[in-house]
Design a protein around this ligand. Structure first.
Ligand SMILES: [Fe+2]
Ligand SMILES: [Fe+2]
Length: 485
């Protein structure tokens, strides 16, 4: 097949002639199309107000989804971000898909919303949807201090795709939740990350992402929370939600790559400087303009702990309800060989008894937030091991670790105690004495801020980060990933 023909075939699965690109036959549903075309200008207005700062005219080498075929689903080219083709893409329907967990196990998957679950489904979709524009808002200043054009492009890629994820959720709200759904769609454009009067729904999405170390940590840890939430929703009995989130996961992989490789490149650069100067003294390393490993550890501690709170309370009757009613499954539900009903199962959670952390068995259904959190933790650790490989290869005796899961928690039973990164329960006084060794201090943040400065020369990288081994879409690292106008 010639390349041209191939592209044509791939394109054919998504209708790009429509104002809103889609593979859901939007043209045939006049009312829905009208409603979404009405929302579209409000979305663009939000992008212009709250999207990446001072970047509206840049031409960015971005990928755009052109198909839901996992082979060749994206096309690369220069796009001005406000002209990005945000659209609605669902994975293909699976014929005769059955519900495979909870009380409705074995029944046909739902193609519309069952009345009795309407409120809960809406809440789940709105909560997921709210995180998408929130992260764009959190990251909107970062373009002003990008360490290279390559990184600037990656930031913008993540941003436009989070914008598309908002589209994905708003489509579901408009199509399946009538007037309430349309109101929720408007509210998603009105809340603002960090705003006191009208904040985003989840706390991690109201935190600042002030610098690029934070950005890479966020995309490594917090976008990975996104992956686990989307995986759980991709099991949903509500088929349109399952198909929407499956496709979002395709895009999410790149976001986590940006985080993992970003932190890895920072570590690599630090190790180079440590070996050149033959020192592990943080002050000397900082004086050479790179980020010392203990500071990187403190950022890991912060982002890990804030992110695992996103999974919710360790015991939750909502989690049980969402599972039993078939709204939200477990990570890789289909690959587990239990009864997928879980009424007779138990799970271990931690609780505080007499000032100590102790294990406790609780009904599995109530512990499903903890189950998902533990799956997430396993996955997060594997990337940290790959970071350690970089340090090991440089011959430096230092190991990065994710902190104990009870460290610095704000949600659930563990929020009641002070726990060190290695898992000791501490008094308030002990905590206060040591917290600056464990979490980024004001002076850490000021130091990181002092390193930030925009690099716009093709192929040049800031001193504190190594270039990537390969560029995007097989382009070299010294490619003009962004063209300024
Ligand atoms: Fe997302
Ligand atoms: Fe993401």
């Amino acid at each position: 097949m010639t390349l041209e023909l191939k592209l044509e075939r791939e394109m054919s699965s998504i209708d790009y002639n429509e104002k809103i690109p889609n593979n859901v036959n939007l043209a045939e549903d006049r009312a829905l199309k009208r409603a979404l075309e009405h929302w579209q200008p409000n979305y663009i207005e939000w992008w212009q107000d709250m999207g990446p700062e001072e970047s509206q005219d840049f031409e960015v080498y971005l990928r755009t989804a052109v198909s839901v075929d996992p082979q060749g689903w994206a096309q690369f080219g220069y796009v001005k971000m406000p002209e990005y083709r945000w659209g609605i893409f669902l994975n293909p329907a699976q014929q005769d898909r059955k519900i495979h967990f909870g009380d409705h196990k074995g029944e046909d998957a739902w193609q519309s919303v069952p009345g009795e679950y309407r409120a809960n489904l809406r809440r789940i979709i709105v909560t997921q949807g709210d995180t998408e524009p929130a992260s764009v808002e959190q990251q909107r200043h970062l373009g002003l201090t990008a360490p290279s054009l390559y990184d600037l492009r990656n930031l913008f890629q993540v941003n436009v795709e989070e914008g598309r994820h908002l589209w994905a959720m708003v489509y579901l709200l408009h199509k399946y939740f009538g007037r309430d759904g349309r109101e929720e769609g408007e509210a998603l454009l009105e809340r603002r990350s960090g705003n006191e009067d009208n904040p985003r729904i989840l706390q991690a999405f109201n935190e600042k992402t002030p610098d690029w170390l934070s950005f890479f940590m966020f995309t490594y840890f917090t976008d990975r929370d996104g992956k686990y939430q989307l995986c759980a929703l991709a099991e949903s009995s509500f088929d349109p939600l399952a198909r929407t989130t499956r496709f979002m996961l395709t895009e999410e992989a790149h976001h986590m790559f940006v985080g993992e490789s970003g932190v890895s490149r920072i570590i690599q650069r630090t190790c180079e400087v440590m070996n050149d100067l033959k020192t592990d003294d943080p002050a000397a390393i900082r004086a050479a303009g790179v980020i010392d490993l203990p500071t990187i550890q403190r950022y890991i501690n912060f982002h890990f702990s804030v992110t695992i709170d996103l999974f919710g309370a360790d015991q939750s009757s909502n989690a049980a309800t969402f599972y039993t009613t078939g709204l939200k499954g477990r990570f890789e539900e289909g690959k587990r060989d239990d009864d997928h009903i879980l009424k007779n199962d138990h799970y271990t959670v931690l609780e505080v008894r007499d000032g100590k952390l102790v294990e406790k068995q609780v009904p599995m259904l109530n512990a499903l937030n903890e189950v998902l959190r533990d799956d997430y933790i396993k996955d997060s650790i594997s990337g940290v091991k790959r970071w350690n490989k970089v340090i090991e290869k440089a011959g430096i005796p230092f190991e990065l670790k994710v902190p104990h899961k009870a460290f610095h928690r704000k949600i659930g039973a563990l929020s009641e105690v002070n726990v060190s990164p290695s898992g000791e329960v501490l008094s308030d006084k002990e905590w206060k004495q040591q917290v600056d060794n464990w979490l980024p201090s004001q002076s850490d943040r000021e130091f990181i801020a002092s390193l930030m400065g925009r690099i716009t020369e093709v192929g040049k990288f800031a001193n504190w980060i190594a270039p990537p081994k390969i560029g995007i879409n097989n382009q070299p690292a010294d490619f003009a990933y962004v063209r300024f106008n």
